[in-house]
Design a protein around this ligand. Structure first.
Ligand code: ADP
Ligand code: MG
Length: 394
């Protein structure tokens, strides 16, 4: 069912409560990556220009339902104010007298940011009382926190039930339109690249992609479990012993469905999980005891590159190696460089994958970099996003 949009509602002089995804990395009280804040600007700027009273709310980290000083949103408010070049009032609570007062003093065209929603134990439980209290601040509710749409929490879903109008913001609209379009109606060949630490995180998405893609390329730590499933020794590599049978099943399933599932043929092994470890590229039949695979090898990069160069649609989730260490970032970076040069539709989902592409300076070259990890995986599987389901239909 088609959802109403932000442009369908009248926001002038209204209290518009906006859930955004400001779950940004921070160090020493400073935001170190402001991409998620930037991604929310179109909605925030639109509302301010439309003379709405903009009440922003967001979560940060995992405070576990209590106040954690280091997870207050003050640095985020500061960063947002810089980006907007406007004042942003920061309120030290999410609901309560102080929040109500700040909201009542807000003028049309101004914005304020409430405190970390996860300081409240009702947030993750989707507690109706907390959701109702949030709704008291709002004439209109806008959800633009794409990265949190796979979770039905009080501020992402519950609150929508208690407000007159509940609509998605521009970021959610754009994420869904771009990714759903590419997955449901891909221009073929359609190739998925899946990597990252563990198979167990991504079993469901792999299964579901097997019904959709022409080729599935598997790299990263999770490839080790598939390598083990082919009866090779994997030394000290990260492996999920209890998922080896499942990896075998996935290999069979790919064959049944006629999907070209490609695993690494060589890997970069290291004698330690360390940036300065001794390392070398070897075939997957040459992984030595005491060594661990931390990246895909050059032959695999070539093989993967050949396949993606033929593709018209590529979705990528999960780095090909431990990209945080330069010695093991080559597979991820070289593949990103190949994607960057293609005319094809290129979609990156996953927090670490997006970070890797940005670190390589190639983010502008991709068709779409999702702000959501779990949410994008859920969307790629065609599963409903609970925080979007609750929004008003047209
Ligand atoms: P994303 O956030 O893009 O979904 P994941 O969180 O699933 O990706 O996985 C990213 C992590 O996987 C990174 O921290 C990376 O270091 C790790 N990783 C990738 N390859 C390996 C490997 N061979 N061994 C251990 N860790 C790996
Ligand atoms: Mg991750």
């Amino acid at each position: 069912m088609e959802k109403k949009t932000l442009k369908d509602v009248d926001v002038e002089d209204k209290q518009v409560l906006v859930r955004v995804d400001f779950n940004v990395p921070m160090e020493n009280g400073e935001v170190t990556d402001d991409n998620r804040i930037r991604a929310a600007l179109p909605t925030i700027e639109y509302l301010m220009e439309a003379e709405a009273k903009v009440i922003l709310m967001a979560h940060l980290g995992r405070p576990g339902g209590e106040v954690k000083e280091e997870l207050r949103l003050d640095p985020v408010a500061k960063e947002l104010a810089n980006l907007l070049n406007e004042e942003v009032v920061k309120v030290d609570e999410t609901v309560g007298q102080e929040a109500k007062k700040a909201v009542s003093q807000l003028e049309s065209g101004e914005a304020l940011l409430l405190e970390n929603t996860r300081f409240n134990p009702g947030e993750k439980k989707n507690d109706s009382e907390f959701a109702q209290k949030l709704s008291e601040l709002a004439d209109v509710y806008v959800n633009d926190a794409f990265g949190a749409t796979h979770r039905a929490h009080a501020s992402t879903a519950g609150v929508a039930e208690y407000v007159e109008e509940a609509v998605p913001g521009f970021l959610i609209q754009n994420e869904i339109k771009t990714m759903k379009g590419a997955i449901d109606n891909p221009e073929r060949p359609f190739v998925a690249i899946i990597g990252g630490a563990k198979v167990s995180d991504k079993i469901e998405v792999i299964k579901s992609l097997l019904d959709k893609v022409d080729s599935l390329l598997i790299g990263g730590g999770m490839a080790n479990t598939f390598i083990a499933a082919q009866d090779y020794e994997i030394g000290d590599s990260l492996v999920e012993e209890d998922k080896i049978d499942l990896a075998k099943e996935l290999l069979e399933l790919a064959e049944e469905k006629g999907v070209n599932l490609v695993l690494p043929e060589d890997v970069v092994i290291a004698d330690d999980f360390a940036a300065d470890a001794e390392h070398k590229a070897v075939g997957i039949d040459e992984i030595e005891a005491g060594w661990q695979a931390l990246d895909i090898g050059p032959e695999t990069v070539d093989e993967f590159s050949q396949i993606v160069k033929q593709a018209k649609t590529i979705v990528w989730n999960g780095p090909m190696g431990v990209f945080e260490m330069d010695a093991f970032a080559k597979g991820t970076n070289q593949l990103a460089e190949v994607l960057a040069k293609l005319e094809a539709t290129t979609i990156i989902g996953g927090g670490d994958s997006a970070a890797a592409v940005r670190k390589a300076g190639l983010d502008k070259e991709m068709t779409h970099i999702s702000t959501g990890g779990g949410a994008s995986l859920q969307l790629w599987q065609g599963k409903p996003l609970p925080a979007v389901e609750v929004l008003d239909n047209k």
